[in-house]
Design a binder for this molecule. Structure first.
Ligand SMILES: Cc1ncc(COP(=O)(O)O)c(C=O)c1O
Length: 373
């Protein structure tokens, strides 16, 4: 059994995709070709923002807005320690300081009530809090209604990490559209993934869009001279073949989201009396990047994951070590006990196979192994 089945999906899109790839081989615009512009337009329409700037990974999609806004040494950027390392890594890469804020029990996402105290703590340390990066973990958008309010009160701008959330919604607004700017990843295992690395940034802000496009290509100026550089940037371009893959997959994405919801519902009905299953609060939909559950203890998690493995069923722990306890971040001075909810989740969480093509009989088999473990 696959944790994520990309082969069945590939068979579904293969014919159309091969035509597009052949066209690229023949037209020869391998970097920033017409497919990239077509994709950016489709993605902006889908997410509901004025602009979409595609780029070479989700990590670059998070990095580019920080660079474009001039975040740097002495600045603090707030985020959660219960996320993939890239969310905090980009803060460090621009020379700013990550300030962690614990997550809210029941959602895996940042707790809006803890943002203001974290801002005060950062100021007390002589840092200048600039931005907030909420993460739409496992596919569920963070609580942007409260976060946008608290960010405005605290003078922070929001960079949404929608690497896992792309496809999720909150009161009809799509993930990627929250805050000043949103970032997503097209890593193959993501709900919308390409066949390599890729990402995109979304914003309604014209000036930010202009600067992001410059940052994406080594800080080049607006004129025709591509060797005239006006700021420090990166090589963050998406290539035409990845754009073609994404165009084909976007066409079936809404249908796949329905199937992901079917799988999540089927798991939750069967497992809710044995494990803490993920909730979807009123007004939200999840893209179900992962279906993640909480065991009652680390020992129970080991027992269940062991039973699954014995039966040839893959399961994965996202994330075993919260970022404040990672070796790379010991220098920030945090200690065990600083973020109790994240630490508790890290000790008990694990994720089950999740993709749109998971069959009922496979779900039954996974659940019966768990229930009898
Ligand atoms: C929450 C989160 N942020 C950022 C990233 C980085 O994306 P990428 O792997 O495309 O650089 C990922 C993906 O792995 C992620 O899950």
């Amino acid at each position: 059994m696959q944790f994520i089945d990309l082969i069945t999906q590939k068979n579904r899109i293969r014919a159309g995709l091969m035509q597009r790839l052949e066209a690229i081989v023949d037209h020869g615009q391998y970097i920033m070709g017409p497919e990239v512009l077509e994709l950016e337009k489709q993605l902006a329409d889908y997410v509901g923002t004025k602009h979409c700037v595609s780029c070479s990974s989700g990590t670059d999609a998070l990095l580019m807005p920080l660079m474009a806004k001039g975040v740097g040494p002495g600045d603090a950027v707030l985020t959660t320690p219960f996320t993939f390392v890239a969310t905090a890594e980009v803060i460090s890469l621009v020379g700013a300081t990550p300030v962690f804020v614990d997550v809210l029990p029941g959602t895996f996402n940042i707790d809006p009530a803890l943002v203001a105290p974290a801002v005060q703590q950062a100021r007390a340390k002589g840092l200048n809090p600039k931005a907030l990066i909420p993460v739409d973990l496992f596919g569920l958008p963070a609580d942007y209604e409260r976060l946008e309010k608290v960010a405005a009160e605290q003078g922070l701008w929001i960079l949404e990490d929608a690497a896992q959330g792309f496809g999720g919604t909150l009161n009809g607004r799509r993930a990627g559209s929250f805050g000043l700017v949103g970032a997503t990843s097209f890593f193959p295992a993501k709900p919308l993934g390409c066949y390599g690395d890729g990402g995109a940034v979304f914003t309604n802000d014209d000036e930010l869009d202009r600067v992001l496009r410059s940052v994406r290509v080594h800080g080049q100026g607006d004129g025709d001279d591509k060797y005239y550089n006006v700021r420090i940037g990166i090589n963050g371009r998406l290539d035409s073949m990845q754009a073609a893959v994404l165009i084909e997959k976007l066409a079936i994405f809404d249908d796949e989201l329905v199937e992901r919801q079917r799988v999540a519902d089927a798991y939750s009905v069967r497992l809710k009396d044995r494990l803490e299953v993920p909730g979807t609060p009123v007004g939200y939909t999840s893209s179900w990047a992962q279906y993640s559950v909480l065991a009652s203890s680390t020992a129970e998690r080991e027992t269940i994951m062991g039973a699954l493995q014995k039966d040839g069923i893959p399961s994965v722990i996202y994330y075993r070590i919260p970022l404040h306890l990672q070796k790379a971040y010991l220098g920030l001075g945090y200690a065990k006990g600083d973020f109790p909810v994240s630490e508790d989740f890290s000790a008990r969480v694990f994720s089950l196979p999740m993709h749109p093509y998971l069959k009922e009989e496979e779900i039954d088999r996974i659940c019966s192994v768990i229930l009898s473990a």
